[in-house]
Design a protein around this ligand. Sequence first.
Ligand code: XLS
Ligand code: NI
Ligand code: NI
Length: 435
Amino acid sequence: MKFFKHIPKVRYEGKESDNPLAFRFYNARQKVGRKTMGEHLRFAIAYWHTFGGTGADPFGAPTKHFPWLQSTDPLTRGQHKMDAAFEFMEKIGAGFYCFHDYDLVEEAATLKESERRLRAMVEYARQKQADTGIKLLWGTANLFSHPRYMNGAATNPDFQVVAIAGAQVKNALDATIALGGAGYTFWGGREGYLSLLNTNMKREQEHLARFLHMARDYGRKRGFKGTFYIEPKPMEPSKHQYDFDAATCLSFLRQFDLLDDFKLNIEVNHATLAHHTFQHELQVAADAGVLGSIDANRGDYQNGWDTDQFPNNVYELTEAMLVILSAGGFKTGGINFDAKTRRNSTDLEDIFYAHIGGMDAFARALLAAHAILESGEYKQLLQQRYASFNTGKGKQFEQGKLRLEDLRTWALGRGEPALASGRQEFIENLIARFV
Ligand code: XLS
Ligand code: NI
Ligand code: NI
């Protein structure tokens, strides 16, 4: 079935275009350095928001009556939804998508029947991918919506729940492998706690690690060569989630010996929920060699929660792209729009406007960050700031050749250092020149 007949394929028309259904900056084939924009950005569409997010919230009913969700038969509904998804992705020119198991098709009353439905949908998806060339960026399992997960999935105090979660991950991994997915994500929505009074945190975290080891072993045994990702988030829906932020995840992966297989999927709005900037989270991941993929969206400066709005701040995205490019760009990862149109954005066109805006914003940020790095001035400023460690005693310090008493001896003969400006505003203006 076709759902967007009235909407033409979205094309690059350049900066001067006033066509709201055209790109003004994103030109997939345009070279930026050694790669094309398409290769740099690897845009993916999030199945759950874009094709399943009907606008229901704790205060009100769905506002979006998507034509692909109208059939009363779950499998037919899944197929219509997938028709809409691939039609949309072709029209917007996104090369990838991401899904949870039960985004593809509604969970059934029994595990057996759910598995049957999933297998049918995977076959359907395989055909769609072959027809369009669109690929799976990552798959995941929804281990947070069903009531059984109210006390967690892998960290649930009831082993029976842990086992069902394991079955779901096995099936989602099978689906990801069958569809040639480049990655598999774990977002621990309810892997955390509401109250410490009823929680054995140490035991729960050990269970989570055990669970991830089992998933890793199963995936590798079945020939999965892609990247496993953990997606940090500090809270919501749990009061405290175990994957709080990038640094917490890193410590967990190190403690439980998972660093060879796992990288991080950093989401903008999760970073800000943790009182970090997105750039900070990217840098923490990049410095540890685990910057894998990103979930693109933005929060609201006044609200505390995960509003998942589409990105539109080119200055901030430029700072983010500086980190991503400096770290060598995406390998298996990409930019997944884990973002939703507002509840009152009820036209089908709104989905297009949202993604066009997000893709154009990233294209501008890519161009700006690339130009900043090419010009060399910024990199030079950053290097100069640490120049005292390049020679002499500073170098010996970095090489581990000095003892604490050597610092004193050297300092004694030196007096007070001259104050060196951090030149923050100067650098901000430098970045602004390119944005
Ligand atoms: C929710 C998360 C979720 C993950 C996938 O806040 O961002 O959408 O990306 O489970
Ligand atoms: Ni999120
Ligand atoms: Ni996400």
